[in-house]
Design a protein around this ligand. Sequence first.
Ligand SMILES: Cc1ncc(COP(=O)(O)O)c(C=O)c1O
Ligand SMILES: Nc1ccccc1C(=O)C[C@H](N)C(=O)O
Length: 423
Amino acid sequence: MKTDISEAKRLDEQDPLSKYREEFYTSSDQIYFDGNSLGLLSTRAEAALHNLLASWKQHGIDGWTEGEHPWFYLSEKLGAMTAPLIGAHAEEVIITGSTTTNLHQLTASFFHPEGKRTKILADELNFPSDIYALQSQLQLKGFDPTDHLVKVQSTDGNTLQTSAIMEAMTEEIALIILPGVLYRSGQILDMETITKAAHQKGIKIGFDLCHSIGAIPHQLSDWEVDFAFWCTYKHLNGGPGSVGGLYVNKKHFSKKPGLAGWFSSDKAKQFDMEHSLSPANNAGAYQIGTPHVLSAAPLLGSLEMISEIGIEAIRGKSLQLTAYLMELVDKELFEYGFTIANPRSDSIRGGHVYLEHAEAARICKALKANGVIPDFRKPNGIRLAPVALYNTYTEVWQMVQLLKSIMKDESYKAYENKRGVIA
Ligand SMILES: Cc1ncc(COP(=O)(O)O)c(C=O)c1O
Ligand SMILES: Nc1ccccc1C(=O)C[C@H](N)C(=O)O
């Protein structure tokens, strides 16, 4: 592969998704590689939000049942739009809550400690919010999280071995929660194999799809995953704090939600105002209260775009972008002490590249000062997400050139090697 800009230009010219970049608010003096933390705004998402605001203006209370997108059915509609991204049936998916509140709901619903089976299995690399939620769920049931939350250990600090996960599935484990894609290294876990092993041992399993949904295809129904949950502000471009989502396999539909509220109800009965709940016979049963309509609205536009393109095409370009980035790092930055710490293989590499460097925090600051937006993750990682919908190969090339010059002239040394508030 050539390392000059002509190769990047050639790849951009051949890119079948290049036209979608025009639908996003990008800036000519900025290269945004942080779509794995917060995706960019598209004009479709913006229009969808304005549209729902207009329905409030026009219909007032009747907006719940009237207008183009009646609010009463919006969570189900967005769930159906999301289902193909994760290989689920429409009724198995609902857009509701947030990653962490959905994890609380699903743990409250699926963690049934009995006899010797009283522990939850997670991993030592997961995002802290998931761990906090599991600790508090254990405490609520009277268990001490220090011995009841078992964490699969990583041998290299970045990835998890399927064999280690399987070995940790003892007779004491009642529930497993793992990420689909790890937030730092971007490793994709073998969700199918892990689910099969869990079920063989009588353990229920759920996945956090924050970093995988919209980045890679899933087949949750075929894999018989019990449940999953995610945010929509990363690869689904729903905006800061956009409403999260969850999936529950239909074999569990007859169950009552652990945390009930009137939006858990069968919609036909909800306004009967009875004091005994008749839960919806679909994933909607795991909703609690009134949907956050305006924070879900942008998803109507962004999911429409993603459905139009299809997750396979998104994954195809994403793999090419990250492969190109890694190849340039290998060839252009080998003398500057970077380690590519994400898995290299296509089958287990998620949507972002993770570079490790002892000076990562201040290298990120130097990149930002020069118009490139990565993010820093403790202890020494630089995450770079070239996103299929709006990033270009030329941007990847430019970013690597900038990184090279920052390293060569040591301009990163002008900054303190400490993280900022967020990254
Ligand atoms: C894996 C993972 N879980 C949970 C969260 C956060 O959850 P919430 O959307 O509830 O803030 C994030 C990112 O913020 C994440 O990356
Ligand atoms: N929700 C946020 C709010 C503020 C700043 C960042 C986030 C993130 O989502 C971080 C992301 N989960 C991560 O993988 O680092």
